[in-house]
Ligand binder design. Structure first.
Ligand code: 5RP
Length: 295
């Protein structure tokens, strides 16, 4: 029971003062989502810059311990503090991410086949586990154009979005591009739009020529995957171009954790996104931090 001693009657009712106005919600396409979903999105996308640096290290769920993710505790843990959001599987979350870190999690929420057989023949997670893990978003693969898995993966997104909307957990559609598919803006426009139309609140896709069209036709924020490892300056340029064309962030893995100096790279990417650094400025920041780290 609260202490009732000296309980004072309220008097500051602000009669005549209109109710304080709230700004429109800043994440693209999210105005009509629930409070919980907006709260989770605002943990991922920085409310000041509107952007997000997501660190992806879910590669092991289909590839095993590839270069850079052999030891999450050694290779990835030192980078986590610099990311706005961590993208990983539930196995890595439970075993290798401290619950005291207080970073939003975009959990890889589908699983099935690995690179040893055929990709993307996946099922989705039980939503109760996502709730137990208090994740801020759930990521699901969508294999547009793959005759074997397109229908299943779109249905996975659709079902996960149903569950996510029920509990206020946004879903991120991850566009999986088959080896033989053209990586052009026509394809990415279609893939990204299908994800958004089927319930994704974030779309993860790849940068391409004509990327501004992909952003324009997709009514939710787009974050780009980094893809295969590039020289650091090229990777920073990729981030710059994507942001310049309207991407709301990056969800990068290999270009960070396979960098010569991952801890410098993630800070340079973050400064490029949140402090609007140019490519040259970000690259020079990377070099300075790398030199400091090797002293
Ligand atoms: C695989 C993924 C990966 O997390 C994604 O591709 C990001 O990693 P990278 O920047 O290494 O491409 O979503 O489906």
């Amino acid at each position: 029971m609260a202490d009732l001693d000296d309980l004072r009657e309220g008097s500051r009712f602000g009669i005549g003062t209109p109710v304080a106005k709230q700004d429109p919600f800043y994440v693209k396409g999210a105005e009509n989502l629930s409070w919980g979903a907006k709260h989770r999105l605002s943990r991922i996308f920085n409310p000041k810059s509107g952007r997000a640096v997501m660190l992806a290290f879910d590669h092991g769920f289909i590839m095993g311990p590839t270069s850079g993710v052999e030891r999450i505790d050694l290779n990835i843990a030192p980078l986590m503090q610099y990311a706005d959001c961590l993208m990983c599987t539930r196995g890595i979350l439970r075993t290798s991410v401290s619950p005291t870190l207080n970073k939003p999690i975009c959990m890889r929420s589908d699983a099935g086949t690995s690179i040893l057989t055929k990709l993307n023949d996946n099922v989705i997670i039980d939503i109760e586990d996502a709730i137990r893990l208090d994740v801020s978003a759930m990521a699901v693969m969508v294999a547009m154009g793959d005759p074997d898995t397109e229908a299943t993966t779109v249905a996975n997104l659709y079902r996960l979005a149903d569950q996510g909307h029920k509990y206020g957990i946004p879903v991120m559609g991850v566009t999986a591009v088959g080896k033989d598919m053209a990586r052009d803006s026509r394809y990415f426009c279609l893939a990204s739009r299908v994800c958004a139309e089927n319930g994704a609140s974030i779309v993860k896709t790849y940068y391409c020529e004509g990327f501004a069209n992909v952003v324009a036709c997709t009514p939710v924020p787009i974050v780009i995957a980094g893809g295969k490892k590039l020289p650091e300056r090229d990777a920073l340029e990729l981030c710059y171009k994507a942001i310049n064309d309207g991407a709301a962030g990056v969800d990068m893995g290999r270009n960070v954790f396979q960098s010569e100096c991952p801890v410098a790279m993630i800070q340079a990417v973050s400064a490029l996104l949140h402090e609007n650094l140019s490519v040259d400025e970000a690259f020079s920041m990377y070099n300075d931090l790398r030199n400091d780290a090797t002293k």
